[in-house]
Write a protein of this length. Structure first.
Length: 449
C-alpha cells in the first residue's frame, strides 16, 4: 500500500492523469524477490547511447478552441476568448517576437531567428482574426503575417495560474518532504534500463522524493556508468568519471576511510555541485557501514519554523569550502556557498554542507562568527534527530540514487578487513541532464502534455 502512496507523492499535480500508469510501472519494479540475473534483452551501453528513450507513443492533445480574438490597441495586447469562456491576454511585442513563420523561427532547431535588433517593441497590429482552421492570424503593420496555434497560445497564457502550471510541468518543483518514516521508493535496475515507464517512474520519484533505491544490479563495477548513459552522460569531477569508495591508505577524502561520515552533501567545494549521485554497493563490510540520509529541504523548513534567525543566517552568509589533492588529476578548489540556497521567491533550492571540506578560512566580520556557528549547530541538531534520519544498509547489487542538492547523507563506521574490502562505486550527474531525460521519457510514455 505504501508503494501507491509513494508513487502518488512522487508525481506532480500535472501528472495526475497519468499517475496510474507510473504507479503500475513503479509497483512492477517492486516485485519482491525479483531475480537479479542478467536478462536476455540486456542492452550494452553502446546500444543505449543516443537512444536512451526506447519507445514512443502519443496521446491526443487536450483541445482548446478560440472563440474570438480582438486587438486592444491602447494596451498593445491581443485578447483571446476561449471556447470555455476564459480569456487570455498576449502583448503585441511578445507575439511579434515569437512569430513561428520560417523567416522568424528555425523550425528544425525550434529556435528564434528573429534578431532583437529587428524587433519593434512598440509595434501595433493591422489585423487579428481567427482563421478557418481555428488558428489566430496577425498581420503586422509591415504586412508580415504570423499564425499561432490555439494550443500553443493556451500553454503560454500569462495568467498567474497558467504560468505556475507550466513551470511545474517543466521543472517539477513540487516536493514530497519526509522524515525517518520514509520507505524509500524502490525499482528494479534491469527494468529501469530496458523499460521507459519504469525509467520515468524512477526519475519522477527521484525528483519528488529525492531518493530511489534500485535493486538487482550486477555485483561488478560499471553499473553506475550504465545507469548514467540511460540518462545522458555522467559528470566528470576531480575524483574521476566514477569513483571507488574504499578504505584507502593515505586517503585524499574522508569518504575513503572506514570512519563515520556525518551527514553532508557532496562537493560544495565546487560552485556548481553535482545535482544527482549514484552509489552502487559492490561489497558491503561484514559489520557496520550503514547509510544514513535526511531530507535537507524538510530540515531547512523545520529550521525556518523553529529558529528563523538561524535560517536567515545560513541562507545569507557565504561560507568558504576547500578541497585539495590528487586523483583524476591534481586539484586545489575554493568556493563560497550559502549553506541553504533559497530562490528569489523564497523556495529552498540547494543545500551546500560538508563539514569535512568547510574551510578554516571564514570570510566574515568577527562579530558574525559566533552567530554563524550557532545557526549551523541548530541546523545540524535538527538533522541528527532520530525522527528525521532514514537508515538503510546497502547490499551487493543495490544502487542508491539521490538528489545531492537536497539530501544529506552519511555512513556509520565499519570494520575494514583486507580480505573483504567494503567497496561502493559512485558517479555524479547534473539535474539538467536528468530533467532532460525525464521530459523526453514523459513525452514518449504519455505523449505531449
Ligand atoms: Zn515571422
Amino acid at each position: 500500500m505504501w508503494m501507491s502512496t509513494i508513487a502518488r507523492l512522487a508525481l506532480p499535480a500535472l501528472q495526475r492523469s497519468t499517475s496510474s500508469m507510473a504507479c503500475q510501472a513503479l509497483r512492477a519494479c517492486r516485485r519482491p524477490g525479483r531475480a537479479a540475473d542478467p536478462l536476455p534483452s540486456r542492452l550494452t551501453s553502446m546500444q543505449l547511447r543516443g537512444q536512451q528513450t526506447l519507445g514512443s507513443a502519443s496521446l491526443p492533445l487536450a483541445c482548446h478552441s478560440v472563440r474570438h480574438v480582438r486587438a486592444l490597441d491602447e494596451e498593445r495586447m491581443m485578447e483571446v476568448e476561449w471556447e470555455d469562456g476564459g480569456q487570455s491576454l498576449y502583448p503585441f511585442t511578445w507575439l511579434r517576437d515569437n512569430c513561428q513563420c520560417p523567416l522568424c523561427t528555425l523550425e528544425s532547431a525550434q529556435a528564434r531567428k528573429l534578431l532583437m535588433s529587428d524587433l519593434d517593441i512598440h509595434t501595433g497590429v493591422d489585423v487579428v482574426e481567427v482563421t478557418n482552421d481555428y488558428k489566430v492570424s496577425i498581420v503586422w503593420p509591415d504586412q508580415h503575417t504570423s499564425v499561432f496555434d490555439a494550443e500553443w497560445l493556451k500553454k503560454r497564457c500569462f495568467s498567474a495560474a497558467a504560468r505556475q502550471a507550466v513551470q511545474e510541468e517543466l521543472f517539477l518543483n513540487e516536493r514530497y518532504y519526509w522524515d525517518s518514516k520514509l520507505r524509500i521508493p524502490t525499482a528494479d535496475y534491469q527494468e529501469v534500463l530496458r523499460d521507459d515507464k519504469a525509467a520515468l517512474a524512477w526519475l519522477l520519484a527521484l525528483r519528488r522524493v529525492g531518493i530511489v533505491y534500485l535493486k538487482g544490479a550486477p555485483g561488478e563495477q560499471g553499473q553506475v556508468a550504465r545507469l548514467a548513459e540511460r540518462i545522458g552522460y555522467l559528470r566528470l569531477t576531480f575524483y574521476g568519471h566514477t569513483w571507488q569508495v574504499q578504505d584507502k591508505y593515505n586517503a585524499n577524502n574522508v569518504a575513503y576511510t572506514s570512519g563515520r561520515l556525518s551527514l553532508h552533501s557532496d562537493y560544495p567545494a565546487l560552485h556548481f555541485a553535482p545535482g544527482v549521485q549514484f552509489l552502487h554497493c559492490i561489497t558491503q563490510a561484514e559489520e557496520g557501514g550503514e547509510s544514513e540520509v535526511v531530507d535537507g529541504f524538510h530540515m531547512a523548513e523545520q529550521l525556518q519554523r523553529e529558529d528563523p534567525e538561524a535560517f536567515r543566517t545560513l541562507s545569507s552568509l557565504l561560507v568558504d569550502y576547500t578541497d585539495t589533492g590528487t586523483d583524476y588529476c591534481d586539484f586545489m578548489l575554493q568556493s563560497k556557498k550559502r549553506i541553504i540556497d533559497v530562490t528569489a521567491d523564497g523556495r529552498v533550492e540547494r543545500i551546500n554542507f560538508n563539514n569535512a571540506t568547510r574551510d578554516s578560512v571564514l570570510d566574515l566580520p568577527v562579530h558574525q562568527v559566533q552567530p554563524f556557528y550557532r545557526a549551523l549547530k541548530a541546523y545540524v541538531d535538527i538533522m541528527n534527530r532520530p525522527e528525521n534520519v532514514v537508515t538503510y544498509r546497502m547490499m551487493p547489487g543495490d544502487i542508491v540514487t539521490f538528489d545531492n542538492w537536497r539530501l544529506l547523507h552519511g555512513r556509520k563506521n565499519y570494520i575494514s578487513r583486507p580480505d573483504r574490502l567494503r567497496h561502493l562505486e559512485g558517479a555524479y550527474l547534473d539535474w539538467d541532464e536528468v530533467m532532460s531525460r525525464l521530459r523526453i521519457l514523459r513525452t514518449s510514455v504519455h505523449g505531449n502534455i
